[in-house]
Design a protein around this ligand. Structure first.
Ligand SMILES: [Cu+2]
Length: 334
């Protein structure tokens, strides 16, 4: 077990004095510095009556509580600086050479040495990142461990990283991007993931890792097998705008649809894909989500009250068939 936390700090071209003061100006908005530390702890989740062990990032390291799956959301503004520290003391881990953990900022441009990928030379003994989000990057991202990814990602070492547009006073805008057409009244993360319990007990170069057979399908770490037992719920109001952040941490294919109580698909508009604004918003009635992909979508609720069910069908990579029990429901009431 490595107990020493290696600290590496890059200022990414910012004036050092301004960065140290925690106050920089990027364009029109006053920038902030967000300091966050995560640890890694075991956590048991009961999925369809079966206990499965996970390794989750924790919210801070002081309480030494169980890990969270998904891990704590990191939210920052465009132009803000994030100091994200991974403290690997007492973390559950595999034996060498797959020991230790990293944080990889998926979808964000960082120096290779800060990329959290051991194969490209990044340290696996803990990291401190100083990362500044550039204007134009508003959208949904991921941070996850990149050590023996086939195992550690499956163990739950992933979380959402959200970059939001800010107004001239440095306050978050209730918009997906700085474009006013992306304004929303409500927003929810839909981080989707899959669980093959065989991967949770296998280690090293086990042949188990050659064949992925997911048994459990999650939105925000929860099963939601029916409309009456949805994974996530939102109490909204008629005529309001809802943004969903579709964040793919699954290891198969997935298709997202938004359906009314009769099962009819409702259209929605995609504004960003993989953390970048589309040249023009696309209005669709379904979207396929590949592993690692993100979409920020927007739709307006009807003027009369009702219930809609956002849903994700998890599909076999080989034949495209939806897995048995592989449809997971959310629920929006208005
Ligand atoms: Cu790891």
């Amino acid at each position: 077990m490595r107990a020493t936390l290696k600290k590496r700090v890059l200022f990414l071209g910012l004036p050092a004095a301004a960065a140290l003061a925690g106050l920089v100006f990027a364009g029109r908005a006053e920038a902030a510095t967000i300091n966050k530390t995560v640890c890694v702890r075991n956590v048991t989740k009961t999925l369809s009556g079966t206990n499965v062990n996970f390794w989750g990032f924790t919210e801070g390291c002081m309480g030494m509580g169980a890990g969270l799956v998904p891990g704590p959301v990191v939210e920052m503004g465009e132009g803000d600086t994030l100091n994200l520290t991974l403290n690997v003391m007492m973390a559950p881990e595999e034996a060498a050479p797959y020991n230790g953990h990293t944080i990889h900022l998926h979808g964000l441009d960082v120096p290779q040495a800060e990329d959290g990928v051991p194969e490209t030379g990044a340290s696996v003994s803990g990291d401190t990142y100083t990362f500044t989000a550039k204007p134009g990057w508003a959208g949904s991202y991921i941070y996850h461990c990149h050590v023996h990814t086939v195992k550690h990602l499956e163990m739950g070492m992933y979380a959402s990283l959200i970059i939001r547009p800010k107004d001239a006073n440095g306050n978050f805008l209730k918009q997906i991007t700085s474009t006013a057409a992306t304004a929303y009244d409500y927003v929810q993360n839909y981080l989707i993931s899959t669980v093959d319990p065989g991967y949770h007990t296998a280690t090293g170069d086990s042949t188990v890792f050659a064949d992925y057979n997911p048994l459990y399908f999650l939105i925000e770490g929860k099963e939601g097998k029916s409309k009456t037992a949805p994974a996530v719920t939102l109490a909204a109001a008629t005529g309001k705008k809802v943004a969903l952040r579709l964040i793919g941490l699954h290891s198969v294919n997935a298709r997202f649809t938004l359906r009314d109580s009769n099962g009819s698909a409702k259209s929605f508009t995609i504004h960003t894909r993989d953390g970048r604004s589309l040249p023009a918003p696309e209005t669709v009635s379904s979207v396929s989500i590949s592993p690692g992909q993100r979409y920020d979508i927007l739709f307006t609720l009807p003027s009369t009250s009702g219930t809609w069910y956002p849903q994700v069908e998890f599909q076999d990579l080989w034949n495209g068939n939806t897995y048995t029990g592989g449809t997971v429901y959310g629920k929006i009431t208005f």
